[in-house]
Design a protein around this ligand. Sequence first.
Ligand code: R1X
Length: 240
Amino acid sequence: MYLSILEVNAEQLPKLAIVCGDPRRAKKIADKLDNAKELAYAREYRTFVGSYKGVELAVVSHGVGCPGAAVCFEELIKGGVHTLIRVGTAGSYSAEHPAGSLIVSTGAIRTDGLTKQLVPDGFPAIGDSEVVQALYQAAQAQGGIVKKGLTVTLDVFFNGVVEIPHQQYKAAGALAVEMEIAALYVIAALRGVRAGAIVALDGYADADLAAEYDPHTTVVSDAVEREIQAALEAIAALAS
Ligand code: R1X
């Protein structure tokens, strides 16, 4: 089967995949694999295959936001992928886990538009318990601050005139906010595959993002390095 948006033949895809927003991060992850090979780079979707500790996996970028990411997740699943781990970045809701910390998402609060067009209100977006646990254990082994809990998935990055109720999400216990996990978890549930997600915090979500957001710090790149390592170890553990 030819996956016409990723521009990849399904026969070339392993069953496990790490997905991330940034095509450059996909390359960075692929550089840690044995026998890494780039299969395609179509739109924001850059696809590599290779192996880690003898386990074959794909590494694929999905871009920013649920609709574009959903195209990637759906095609990977159509192509036979049954385990997906998102390695991403997110804004923090608490000084207890500042930039440089890692959060494993147990579930996403669905404020995005995409999943509203896939499933009815009230349908949960939850991670697979085995994938979440494998990620959490592997992340703890990397050191630094690691938490697991709920994350918020938004569509908006730069605010408009509508106030986003960050204080309410925070008061309800959400740890961080990003833009793709709801799509991943709902699509995984719909298609009967397992998924988990880990994010490196790159700032505070309820601050003025336009003025203060700087994801290009050493603290953040160190955390991204740790989450990549955690995801690779989780893939190796989940394959066995
Ligand atoms: O998930 C969010 C989005 O993909 C977090 O980082 C990106 C925006 O910079």
